[in-house]
Design a binder for this molecule. Structure first.
Ligand code: NAI
Length: 348
């Protein structure tokens, strides 16, 4: 397009780049499970993004709060975005009913599903939540096959491979399916800031691998501040990041898992995707189809651009501790990926 041509011309590039970054996008976003614990604050944060012109809050009629109510509430924020709510019956197939809601979406964020209860791990959730995700992802394949689909629904390590396989069978691009692991990055950054006192803006810890237990691998050595932490303190800090979700589940005492921090993290990823679609180049960690290890799905730094995921970055240098952790996590993650691939086969 003309703007692309102008941007690439040396002559006008500086001016046009400033002009382009100043121009907000007009994207349609849907939050599925938008009336839930994560969904409500996530919908609010997305409604506040200047790149969002239309927001759909999608949930079940049996949700604690009607999706239409959440949408009516958010529609009064003095933001440009129009907000609409859609509620469906539990047994409705999204592919039959969600056409209005999903058609034209650029980004679909999915915090629908059942959260973990104390004593449950993310694996226990696979069958229930993969079924919910399948219903939605099939509808996305039909109504918005070009959208980026951000999956928050747990267990991410298995649900993402299951949904990518379905997506591929339909001849669609699996790079559009993104597992949201941003909460691990947010937590790693916060814990490093608390431990070192360094300004938050100086802390950026890549978190690779997966999104459960030992598969979560923060690379403190790749953060200027993180690398100053004494080696003997790293194992506990690493474990603190891995266990942070369980700490919240226990503290909420059976009444939910991380919702507010997850919404914050999900919005950070969602905004990065939209900024990418709008022509900026933004890098975040995410769990995607990948060739950077022997495993077909892996979380690492990912650059978003106009097509969604544009580059899946290699892991970079790992110190001895991180290499040991990587070696140990690969078989665990492999098993969780295989559980997802089995689900896809059994539910073809
Ligand atoms: P919640 O129960 O408060 O909300 C879930 C919402 O999804 C409810 O409003 C429910 O009505 C809706 N829902 C269920 N089935 C649906 C369907 N078929 N179509 C549309 N909506 C549907 O649960 P919460 O705490 O918001 O968690 C949601 C999901 O996010 C869970 O799977 C949880 O495990 C996961 N999670 C993921 C995290 C991550 O870092 N990726 C962190 C925390 C939670």
């Amino acid at each position: 397009c003309l703007l692309d041509l102008l941007v690439s011309s040396r002559f006008a590039s500086r001016f046009v780049r400033q002009f382009c970054t100043a121009m907000a996008g007009n994207f349609k976003v849907c939050v599925v499970g938008g009336a839930g614990g994560i969904g409500q604050p996530l919908s609010m944060l997305m409604a506040m993004d200047p790149n969002v012109s239309e927001l759909c809050v999608y949930d079940l009629t049996m949700a604690m709060v009607p999706a239409e109510g959440v949408a009516a509430d958010l529609s009064h924020l003095n933001m440009k975005c129009k907000v609409k709510g859609y509620a469906f019956d539990k047994d409705d197939k999204a592919i039959d009913k969600a056409g209005d809601c999903l058609t034209g979406c650029h980004l679909v964020l999915v915090p629908a599903g059942v959260p973990r209860k104390p004593g449950q791990d993310r694996k226990d959730l696979l069958n229930i939540n993969a079924g919910i995700a399948k219903n939605i992802v099939e509808a996305c394949a039909k109504f918005c096959p070009e959208a980026v689909v951000g999956l928050i629904v747990n267990p991410v390590n298995s649900v993402v491979p299951a949904m990518c396989e379905m997506w591929k069978k339909k001849g669609l691009n699996p790079a559009k399916i993104v597992g949201i692991t941003t909460l691990d990055v947010v937590r790693a950054d916060k814990f490093v800031h608390e431990m070192t006192g360094a300004p938050m803006s100086d802390v950026s810890v890549p978190v690779i691998g997966g999104h459960a237990g030992t598969t979560i691998l923060p690379l403190f050595s790749q953060c200027q501040v993180g690398m100053t932490i004494p080696a003997d303190k790293i194992p506990d800090l690493d474990k603190k990041v891995q266990d942070a979700g369980t700490v919240v589940v226990a503290a909420k005492n059976g009444k939910g898992s991380a919702t507010l921090s997850m919404a914050y993290a999900g919005a950070r990823l969602g905004k990065a995707v939209l900024a990418g679609l709008n022509g900026e180049v933004v890098t975040e960690c995410a769990y995607v189809e990948s060739k950077i290890t022997d495993l077909p799905y892996f979380a690492s730094k990912v650059t978003f651009g106009k097509q969604g995921v544009e580059t899946v970055h290699p892991l970079g240098d790992l110190n001895d501790y991180e290499q040991g952790r990587l070696k140990a996590l690969l078989p665990v993650l492999k098993e969780e990926i295989e559980a997802g691939l089995d689900y896809a086969k059994e539910n073809d």
